[in-house]
Structures are given as structure tokens and as C-alpha cells.
Ligand binder design. Sequence first.
Ligand code: ADP
Length: 552
Amino acid sequence: MIQGIGTIDIFSNLDLLSVAIAVAAIGVLGFTVYYSNKKSATALAFFLFSIITIAWSIANYFQYNISDPEFSFRLTKIVIYLATWHAFLFFHLFYVFPKEHFALPNIYKRVLIPFVAIASLVTLTPLVFESIGAIGQDGHITKIINGPAIALFGTTVLSFILTGLYLLIQKMRSATGTEKHQLRIILIGTLLTFILLIIFNFILPVFFNNSDYIPLGAVFLLPFVMFTAYAIFRQRLFDIKVLGTSFLIFVLAIAVLLEVIFSDSNSVLIFRISTFLLVLTVGILLIRGILREIETREKMERLAKDLARANARLRELDQQKSEFLSIASHQLRSPLTAIKGYSSMLLEGSFGEITSKKISEAIDRIFESSQRLVVIVNDLLNVSRIEQGRMKYDFIEFDLKKTIADTVLDMQPIAEHRGLALSFAAPAGDMNITADAGKITQIISNLIDNAIKYTPHGSVSVILEKKKADTVLIAVKDTGIGIPAVEQEKLFQKFSRAKDAAKTNTSGTGLGLYVVAQIALAHHGRAWAESEGEGRGSVFYVELPTHVTKET
Ligand code: ADP
């Protein structure tokens, strides 16, 4: 190839163009693979391989195109220095592929890397390339005299390449599915590149003394880089946006590059080279940005999936808990009925008169506790029914005033036992409503039971009022411990107890008010609490429509 000083030969420009295109493509691919998964050891290995490929390609090109023999000889040494690392990184790529994580093994730290470092340094000494053998008319080196260590260089490079190939084939053999496919693609690219390299960079120069094609090294390496990048991309679901952008940047870079090559003055040349570098840098940054965006999106999708999975699991656990509650409370019921029934019969004297006051007091305690347990078990059972949507309502017309009066009467002994006055006030006359009588009774006994539980001394009064023509209001008022304002709303939630509730009553479950609220809601009514604060008593309200016809 002939090149005059100051002018640029068209053939040399074609060489430069093809090398530059290959270098740009390798660069874009290397960066894209790396930024697509920065944490992946395979992506990093590929990136390092691309960088050394670019360095090697550029040195290789100029070594041949520089007409100063001394400088060219030095560049030749740099080329083989880089070639040593190049071969090592080729091996490394297949050692790692397709792993995401890779911790440098000891053999790397103690043997391989020091060995490559020494071998590559030797290439810079006359031990490998001793001196210039002959120089052509145009100033190009036509012959190099090899040193004694040329064999070391050859063996090193060849060993790495052959081991790399061996690893690639081994991995392909044992791989299955996508991975096998990926490895097959890489193998095709590798073979293409090696065939080209062996022919043009080894056989022709060594055996036929024809070095014309050596500068095109980058072009020969391109198939390998392209096939490998494609295989790595396939590993992840690669976004079309990234590929599109990479391609666009590549085309842009080439367009600018053409301008560079056809520059006719040095200042224009420098300007256009700067533009080319700028396009490449901005392009790579752009690709990085897009990849980051994709990464964030993927992360969010993963999080959303995890969340959905956790939610499903929680629902499942919740369901299991409801079933457990339901079974457990059913099992508790029958023994409880027996305890309550027998203690009541004992108190009534069905098994003979009880003469000792101590014994009767003890049985009284048993009876009272069993009654409380019945309330708790019923609450548990109701909660599981509500949660499983199995709560059945039976709407009938009944006199609410009488129902409340009866419940108050039932609870009277417990209140008396606690030294509390329990009263009931309602307007004169009947107060008929349509509702589930059993459930309304449960609401009232729950509220009175609570009022008694949380009132150390004083009184509990139940008040029934007609609010509007079609609404009734039940209020259960006590002079007890009261409720801090912040707690008032959350008391109606499942398992919720006020902070100091346990001080007054240790056995609460935090379910009673939840059941009250749910039953009121099922009647299209509502329940709420009011209190002036701690120690100042509370009022629990339940508002119900007088006529509910439809079950909810
Ligand atoms: P439990 O009484 O079993 O804890 P509830 O659902 O019946 O469960 O009540 C929830 C919480 O509401 C109680 O733990 C208590 O903190 C508060 N509470 C209920 N009734 C009263 C009341 N009359 N006075 C003060 N606090 C009350």
C-alpha cells in the first residue's frame, strides 16, 4: 500500500473506514452489554474483551500504516503486548460465561494474572521481536527478526485461545435449552473470527510474507464480538429501544466518520474527529440512560410481583386463621355449655342445697366466668363467620325495648357483683324494629359487658331513643376509665384494644366492638364511641334503622 506524505490514499482510507466501523461497532456493543447488566461478571468480561480488542485493533492498524520504521516497530511490540492480554481475556470470557457472579479464584491471583503480566512484558523486550529485518521503499517494515522468546509468546497466546475454545465447547455440550443455543451462536462467531485471523494475521504474514491484511484485525474480530453480544443479549429479555438506539448511534458515528475521512485540511480533520468522539460519548451515555430506565422498570415489576405474591400469601394465612378460629371456637362451645349449665344447676340447688357460703361463691365465680367465656367464644365465632362471609342474618320484627330490658335484666347480677348500678331508660310504649333479634341482643350484651368491665365504680346506664321516624339510637353510658381521643376510632377494628385496657381488664380479646360494628353495618346502621377522655367515662352508640328488609 502506497501512501504519500500529506495526502491520503483512497485505499488506505477504505482500510481506515472498515477498521473504524468495526471499532465503533465493538465499542457500542461492549458498552451496551456492560451497561445492560453492570453487576454481571459475564458482561464485565465481555466489556473488558471489547476494550482490549479496540486497543489492539487501533495499534494494529497504525503499526502498519506508519512509515517511520522505528515507531512502527515499537507499535508492533505494543500490538503483541495487547495480543497477550487479548488472548487471556478471551479465555476469561469463556471461563466466566454465562455466570452473573464470579469471585477471582486463587489460580487467577497467584498464577494466571502474574504469568500474563510477565509474558506480556517480555513481548516488549527484544526477546520476542529482536529487530527490524528489512524496510521497504516507502518506509514500511517488511521483515522483523524474531527473538528467542517468540515461542513463549506463541505458546501463551495459543494456550489461552485453545483453552477458551475448549471451555466454550465443553460448556456447550453440557448446557441445555437457551444456554446451549447461546453458546452455539458464540461458537459460530468465534470460528468465523478465528478462521479470518489465522488466515490473514498468521498464515499469510508468517508463511507467505504477506502482511497486507494485518491492519484489518478489527474487521476480523467483529463477527466474534457481534455473535457474542447477541448471545449475551438473549440471556435477558432485551429491550428493543436499546437496540434501536445503539443502531442509530452506530449509524450516526459512521456518518460522522465518513466526514472525518474525507476532510481536506487539518483543522477540519480535528473538528470532525472531535465531533465523532462527541457523538460516540453522547451515544454511549444515552444508551446507559435507557438501560438504567429499563433496570428501574424491571425492578419495579419485580417488586410488584413480590408484593402480589406476599399479598396472596397473607390472604391465604388470613383464611387459615379464620378457619382455625372457627374450628377452635366450635370445639370450645360444648364443654363451655356444660360448665355453664351445671354451675347454674348447682346454684339453683338441683343437686341438693349448698350450705356453705364459700362454696356457693366459688360456683358463682365459675358461672360468671363461663358466661364471659361464652361472650368471647361467640365473638371469635362471629369474627370468623364475618371474615368468611358466612354470617347469616335473620330479619324479623320484634320489640327492641323489651329485648334490651331483658338483656339488662340478665346482666344485672354481674353489675351488682361489681357494685355498679345498671339502669335502663326508654320512651313509653313499644318500639318495634325489623332486625336480627339474636344479633342485636349480642350487640347490647357486648356493650353492657364492656361498660361493666371498664368501670371500676359508678354506674352503667342504657338509654334507648327514637331519633327520627325511622331510626333508633341505643346508648350505653358508663362512668369508667374513658377512652383517649386518639383511640376512639380504632377500637372498632379487629383485635384492637386501648393502651390502658389491660390494666382494668386483662382478659379482653379486642373482638367485641369489631363484631358490634360489623353487625350494625349489616343492618345499615353504625356504631361509635364518645368519651371526654381518660377517667371520664364513655358512651357507646349504636344507630339502627327501624326497618331493614334486605340482608347485606
Ligand atoms: P375487649 O373488651 O375484649 O378488649 P372490645 O372490642 O370489646 O374488646 O373492646 C375493645 C377495646 O375498647 C377495649 O380493649 C377497651 O380498650 C375499649 N373499650 C371498650 N369498651 C369500653 C368502655 N366501656 N370504656 C372504656 N374503654 C372501652
